[in-house]
Design a binder for this molecule. Structure first.
Ligand code: IMP
Length: 432
């Protein structure tokens, strides 16, 4: 454990295995904060053979005595939150004192999910190339309301009068869009209002001023871990726009989504899978639609934790990883799912792109250039051995060690943790 305040972020398109890395750190961490995204995330942690999938609760919930914070930058789906809290039964420790939900977090309302689905259908009909392939969790429309300053925040759920006013206004703007633009039935105020009050009654004991919780924890010198959701290339500013999510997934997002002065971040951990995956639409230069992709998907269990969709798979992309290192200021990498590469007939890494006949080593921050990017591959020696029992770097086959060392050299960042299997114990630590 390096610094007192750390940000953990995905270096690719999400699904890098962040949940297991948070879980590995949670032993020493006092506070775990979610700072962006919502129930579109799916963080999987396997403990004692039991699989836990969290969409909203920070992964630290599996440890007793950890304070888990859902920050103001998160879009809160109360239905999902209530489900996850109930599923934690029996929760380790007293959940009432361990969970803090920001009063300022925006609430995903049923109309947001309706708008999410309707907007995707609208795009499909009018311009199929613009379909994002969202998770359908209402993320985009909820952030739209936040930035339009018409959103419902968690604190509104426990303030019936102002909730009524806000919801009426909000719905009177949304229903004409649903009906006239999307040809959908309108949403009903009464049922949504009643539902929102029920959610409020459940959530009220957890509501808090998360910025104060975080500031006090930092002040006390506690280890605070900011748990990023999705990944750098899905960031609304730094990702492959417009095929991105609605929030800032990069490390900087924890300053605004969780109330933290930038100077307080002591260490940025980048989580990178040993190969690449992407769910949803958008450019993916190393995607393999043939046998290699299929093999990675099967062996890696690459199906969406939130939607069950098969993930698109391909080789590791160093051009994209170097970019992620740059925009996040990554200090250390956690390399996950190295075991999935065991037994491959070949092993390749994309080292550069070719765009319009020119070799390019910098990830282009242009949707137009990225669309044309062709991967330039370097081959590595594959290994056949099962590595899931390897407890140290030295125990890995030499080809696997070479692969890890190459990633360190080419990214300029040390690999401090290596995942060699799905369980909590299948982890190699290298001064992490
Ligand atoms: P949204 O966040 O549901 O709006 O979806 C926008 C894009 O982000 C889609 O391509 C989704 O598949 C992708 N996405 C959202 N959350 C995750 C995640 O946790 N892992 C991987 N992809 C995600």
């Amino acid at each position: 454990m390096g610094a007192a305040v750390q940000a953990l972020v995905g270096a690719q398109w999400g699904d890098e295995g962040k949940g297991r890395v948070v879980d590995a750190l949670a032993k020493e961490v006092g506070v775990v904060v979610r700072y962006q995204g919502g129930a579109n995330a799916g963080h999987t942690v396997v403990v004692g053979g039991k699989k836990h999938v969290f969409h909203l609760l920070p992964s630290g919930m599996l440890y007793p005595n950890r304070l888990c914070v859902i920050g103001n930058g998160v879009v809160l789906d109360p239905e999902q939150l209530i489900k996850e809290i109930n599923e934690l039964d029996p929760a380790p420790g007293d959940i009432g004192t361990r969970l803090a939900v920001s009063r300022a977090a925006h609430v995903v309302m049923p109309c947001h999910k309706r708008l999410d689905a309707a907007s995707e259908a609208f795009r499909k009909k009018n311009d199929p190339g613009s379909v994002i392939g969202t998770t359908g969790r209402g993320i985009g429309p909820c952030y739209v309301d936040k930035y339009n300053r018409t959103g419902i925040r968690a604190e509104d759920l426990v303030s019936p009068e102002s909730l009524e006013k806000k919801l009426r206004l909000n719905i009177s703007e949304k229903n004409p869009v649903l009906e006239k633009i999307y040809g959908e039935p309108p949403v009903d105020f009464e049922s949504m209002y009643r539902q929102a009050l029920e959610w409020g009654a459940f959530i009220e004991p957890y509501l808090s001023d998360s910025s104060l919780e975080i500031a006090s924890a930092v002040e006390r010198g506690e280890y605070v871990l900011f748990e990023g959701a999705q990944g750098t290339l899905l960031d609304v500013d730094h990702g492959t726009y417009p095929f991105v999510t609605g929030s800032n997934c990069v490390a900087g997002g924890c300053c605004t989504g969780g109330a933290l002065g930038p100077g307080r971040i002591g260490r940025v951990i980048g989580v990178v899978k040993a190969y690449c995956t992407r769910v949803g639409e958008g450019p993916f230069p190393t995607e393999d639609r043939g046998k290699v992709g299929e093999r990675l998907r099967e062996k890696g269990g690459e199906f969406g934790a939130t939607t069950g969709r098969p993930r698109r798979c391909g080789w590791l992309d160093m051009t994209a990883l170097r970019y992620a290192v740059m925009v996040n200021g990554m200090d250390v990498l956690a390399l996950t799912k190295l075991d999935v590469l065991s037994g491959m007939d070949e092993l390749k890494v994309c080292v550069e792109y070719e765009i319009n006949g020119k070799r390019v080593s910098v990830f282009p921050n242009s949707a137009y250039a990225l669309e044309k990017a062709k991967p330039v591959y370097e081959s590595f020696a594959p290994w056949k051995e099962d590595i899931s029992r390897c407890g140290s770097f030295e125990e890995l086959p030499s080809a696997a060690r070479d692969y890890v060392s190459y990633i360190e050299r080419a990214s300029g960042v040390r690999v401090g943790l290596i995942g060699v299997g799905p369980g909590r114990e299948d982890t190699i630590y290298r001064d992490f």
